[in-house]
Design a protein around this ligand. Structure first.
Ligand SMILES: NC(=O)c1ccc[n+]([C@@H]2O[C@H](COP(=O)([O-])OP(=O)(O)OC[C@H]3O[C@@H](n4cnc5c(N)ncnc54)[C@H](OP(=O)(O)O)[C@@H]3O)[C@@H](O)[C@H]2O)c1
Length: 160
């Protein structure tokens, strides 16, 4: 059975992005994202796909959009339920990489959230990670990092 894992970098108030871009550009976090998702399927909404400078190597891109897109090397789904059925028939770890609307759709289906919790705020952010109850999850601290801001890789596992 597929395991769907959310991976996201969020500010103190769940900030995710601004003007269809990331807010913070943290070198070690991008490496963490790359190493974690390498050789896996990555699921994203169209805005996140459009924000990528290029296709991410060695990862199968799956994009949810209402548009009739035909891009080589990309699997496109127009409907959330069809996408979920496709994913649930696989037997592998699959990463849900955003953005906000995709996290909101997938949050109830994901038992693991791999979060980069950034010790900073951005009042002008325009997209946010959906609200969730931390009490519903068991938290494992993975790594603390200090760059231009400090941040923490954590794994939240939904309590049974
Ligand atoms: N900090 C992080 O970890 C992180 C990670 C990823 C993204 N981000 C940021 O998040 C922002 C983008 O997030 P977002 O919420 O605006 O966009 P998004 O979730 O990436 O994409 C939204 C688009 O997905 C499609 N979509 C959503 N639900 C759908 C459904 N049920 N059926 C069919 N298509 C559906 C629609 O595309 P169409 O309009 O084409 O139909 C919708 O406009 C950017 O700022 C990005 O940098 C941050």
């Amino acid at each position: 059975m597929a395991k769907l894992i959310i991976i996201a970098a969020i500010g103190k108030n769940n900030e995710l992005g601004k003007n269809n871009k990331l807010i913070w550009h943290l070198k070690e976090d991008l490496t963490f994202f790359k190493n974690t998702t390498l050789n896996h399927k990555i699921v994203m909404g169209y805005n996140t796909f459009a924000s990528l400078p290029k296709l991410l190597p060695h990862r199968e891109h799956i994009v949810l959009t209402h548009q009739n897109l035909n891009i080589e090397g990309i699997k496109v789904f127009n409907d959330f339920d069809t996408l979920v059925k496709y994913l649930q028939n696989l037997d592998e770890d699959i990463y849900i990489i955003g953005g906000s609307s995709i996290y909101r759709l997938f949050l109830p289906l994901c038992d693991e959230l791999l979060l980069t919790q950034i010790d900073a705020e951005c009042p002008s952010a325009d997209v946010y990670f959906p609200n969730f109850n931390p009490q519903d999850y068991e938290k494992t601290n993975l790594k603390d990092v200090e760059e231009e801001v400090s941040y923490h890789h954590v794994l939240l596992r939904r309590k049974k």
